[in-house]
Design a protein around this ligand. Structure first.
Ligand code: SPV
Ligand code: MG
Length: 541
C-alpha cells in the first residue's frame, strides 16, 4: 500500500496508533523491524545526529536528503517534522513537492516563526505565527500536493508559548478549516492535564496527535481513553544511541581494549544484516556474474615430487619456493588476478605445510597409495559451473589463463605444440585432430589421445600441460566419467590423462587450446633451477 495511504489509515484508525522517531536510514529500519507502523522524522533528532541545534541550522534540503535514505530503507510511512515549513507559503509548497518525490507520507508544521527553536528551550518566549499567515501555509501545502493522501498535520504551539487552552483551540479550529488533516497539540508540562483538556474540548473534530516526551509517566491507556489518534515517541532512539555510544567510547578509551565492550555492542554481521548485505550477494549471482560463469579452480598438489628429495622433506612439491615464492602462491596470485577466487587445493603429502592464504585445502589421506584421480575425487564437489583443473607444480605465464578463460567449450585442455616439447615430456603426449597451424584465428581442434602409444604411428601434436577447463555440460560428463572409473580396480593408479582418454572414448573429446611454451612443471632439481629463471623472466601478467 502507498505510504501516504498507510499514514492516512493510521490517522483515521479507530484505535490509538504509535509512531517512533528515527534520524537516519539505519534507525528507520530499526523502527520498522520493531513493529512500528510509522516513523517520526524528528527535527530534534535529525539535527542532533549532526551535532547542530534544532534551530533550522540543518538546511531543509539536508533534512530531505536524510529522509530519502530513511524512506528507501523502509516500507512504512514517514511523517516529517517540518518545523515551520522552512519559510513562507511558497517554501511550504516546494517542500511538499519535494517530500512527495521522496515518498514521504506527510509533514507536520508548527505555528512558530522561522528559524524556530525547540519547544523545550524557553518555549514561553517563543513568538507564534499569525493565524491567517499559518492558515495560508496550510492551504498552499494542500494545494501543492499531487497525491490526495499526502497528509499535513498542523502543530499548535499555544500551550508551549503560554497562551492557554482557549487560544490553542481557536488556532486548532482555524487550521482544521484551512485544510489540516490532523492537529498536533504540544505541551511541555510533566502532566498530561492540558493536553487531555484540549482533547476533551476538541472532541474528535479531526485526528489528534500528541508528543508525550515530558508527560511520559501518563499511562498510555489514558491516551486511548481520550481518543488520541496518534502518539509520537519523539526522540528515544537518538537518546538511546547517545547513551550507548558514550558508554562504549568511554570503556574503550579507559581500558585501551575492546574486551569489555565486545559482548555489549551489535556484531558486525548484525550491521551487514541491517544493511541488507545478503540481498546484494544474491543479486550478484543473478546479475554481476551470471550463473555458471563464475570460475573456480581445483589444484592437485598431493604429491611429494619423486626426485626432489630433501627439498620436500617437510613440504609438498607445490610449496617449494621458486625465487622466494612457492609455486602454489604464484599460481593463486595468477588466479586471483583474473577473478578466480574460489580455489581448492587437494593436498596429500605434508598437506599441513600448505599455508597459502586464500584457498581451501582438502586432503587425500591415501595420497601415498593413490594417484591423481583419487585426489580429484576428493574435490569433485568443488567442481562448479566453471572450473579449472590444474596440476600444483605448474608455472605459467598469465596470458595462458586469459585465453583459456575466453574459450566457450565445455571441456578444454591446454596443449603445448612447441618444438621439442614432446621429447621433454614423454608422459603427457597429446594427439589431436589437427596440428597447431599457428594461425591467429582459433582452430577447431579436439584431443584424440593423451599418452600411450599414439595413433597410427603419427608423431604427437604436442604435450598436455596439466591444465584444463570444465564448464556447462562438461561438468556432468566429467562426473559420469569419474563414476565409471571409480569402479575400476586400478582406480587408485589412474591419472588425469586416463580421465581425459575416457572422456574421448565416450564422445566427449576436450577441445584443444594450443600454446607454445611459456610454462613449465617441476619434476626434479634441474627443473627447479630452470624455474628460478622462468620466474625471473616472467613479466606480469
Ligand atoms: C521533534 O522531535 O523535533 C519535535 C518534538 O518537534 S519536540 O522535540 O518534543 O518538540
Ligand atoms: Mg521538532
Amino acid at each position: 500500500m502507498k505510504k501516504t495511504r498507510q499514514f492516512r489509515d493510521l490517522l483515521s484508525s479507530s484505535q490509538t496508533e504509535f509512531i517512533m522517531e528515527a534520524h537516519n536510514g539505519l534507525a528507520a529500519r530499526i523502527v520498522e523491524e520493531a513493529g512500528f507502523k510509522g516513523i517520526w522524522g524528528s527535527g530534534l533528532a535529525l539535527s542532533a545526529q549532526h551535532a547542530v541545534r534544532d534551530n533550522n541550522e540543518l538546511s531543509w534540503t539536508q533534512v530531505v536528503d536524510t529522509l530519502e535514505f530513511m524512506s528507501d530503507a523502509t516500507s512504512i510511512p514517514i511523517l516529517l517534522d517540518g518545523d515551520t515549513g522552512y519559510g513562507d507559503f511558497n517554501n511550504m509548497r516546494r517542500l511538499v513537492h519535494k517530500l512527495e518525490q521522496r515518498d514521504i507520507a506527510g509533514v507536520c508544521i508548527e505555528d512558530k516563526l522561522f528559524p524556530k527553536t525547540n519547544s523545550f528551550i524557553q518555549g514561553e518566549k517563543q513568538e507564534l505565527e499569525d493565524v491567517a499567515t499559518f492558515c495560508g501555509k496550510i492551504q498552499a501545502g494542500k494545494d501543492a500536493q499531487s497525491d490526495d493522501d499526502f497528509s499535513i498535520v498542523a502543530r499548535v504551539e499555544a500551550l508551549i508559548a503560554g497562551w492557554g487552552l482557549e487560544e490553542a483551540l481557536r488556532r486548532a479550529e482555524a487550521y482544521r478549516v484551512a485544510g489540516a488533516d490532523a492537529i498536533l497539540i504540544h505541551s511541555k508540562k510533566s502532566s498530561a492535564d492540558e493536553v487531555l483538556a484540549f482533547a476533551r474540548e476538541w472532541d474528535d473534530r479531526c485526528p489528534l496527535v500528541i508528543v508525550p516526551t515530558k508527560y511520559y509517566a501518563t499511562p498510555t491507556e489514558v491516551f486511548r481513553r481520550h481518543r488520541i489518534s496518534l502518539v509520537i515517541w519523539a526522540n528515544h532512539l537518538v537518546r538511546s544511541s547517545i547513551r550507548a555510544m558514550q558508554a562504549t567510547a568511554r570503556a574503550i578509551h579507559d581500558t585501551e581494549s575492546l574486551l569489555e565492550v565486545e559482548g555489549r555492542v551489535a556484531t558486525v554481521s548484525e550491521i551487514f544484516r541491517l544493511q541488507g548485505a545478503d540481498e546484494l550477494i544474491e543479486a550478484e549471482k543473478r546479475y554481476a556474474r551470471p550463473a555458471g560463469r563464475e570460475t573456480s579452480a581445483v589444484v592437485l598438489a598431493a604429491s611429494r615430487g619423486r626426485d626432489l628429495d630433501e627439498l620436500t622433506t617437510d613440504r609438498p612439491k607445490a610449496m617449494i619456493p621458486v625465487a622466494g615464492t612457492s609455486v602454489l602462491r604464484r599460481m593463486v596470485d595468477r588466479f586471483k588476478r583474473v577473478g578466480i577466487n574460489e580455489i581448492t587445493v587437494v593436498g596429500g603429502y605434508r598437506a599441513d605445510a600448505i599455508d597459502v592464504a586464500g584457498l581451501d585445502v582438502v586432503v587425500n589421506e591415501g595420497w601415498e597409495a593413490s594417484d591423481e584421480l583419487a585426489s580429484l575425487d576428493r574435490a569433485l564437489d568443488r567442481i562448479g559451473g566453471d572450473t579449472l583443473i590444474v596440476y600444483g607444480d605448474l608455472l605459467f605465464r598469465g596470458y595462458i589463463l586469459d585465453i583459456l578463460l575466453e574459450r566457450e567449450g565445455d571441456l578444454v585442455a591446454v596443449v603445448d605444440s612447441s618444438e621439442g616439447v614432446a621429447s621433454d615430456n614423454a608422459t603427457d603426449l597429446a594427439w589431436c585432430s589437427a596440428p597447431d597451424n599457428r594461425s591467429v584465428y582459433r582452430q577447431e581442434v579436439v584431443l584424440q589421445q593423451l599418452g600411450g602409444h599414439g595413433i597410427d604411428g603419427r608423431p604427437p601434436d604436442g604435450c598436455w600441460v596439466g591444465m584444463m577447463r570444465v564448464r556447462g555440460e562438461g561438468r556432468a560428463q566429467l562426473r559420469d566419467a569419474m563414476e565409471r572409473l571409480r569402479e575400476r580396480p586400478d582406480f587408485d593408479r589412474l591419472g588425469i590423462p586416463d580421465l581425459i582418454n575416457h572422456l574421448i572414448e565416450h564422445g566427449h573429446a576436450p577441445e584443444v587450446q594450443y600454446i607454445s611454451g611459456h610454462w613449465m612443471d617441476i619434476n626434479d632439481v634441474h627443473d627447479l633451477s630452470r624455474a628460478g629463471d622462468f620466474a625471473h623472466h616472467e613479466m606480469a601478467p
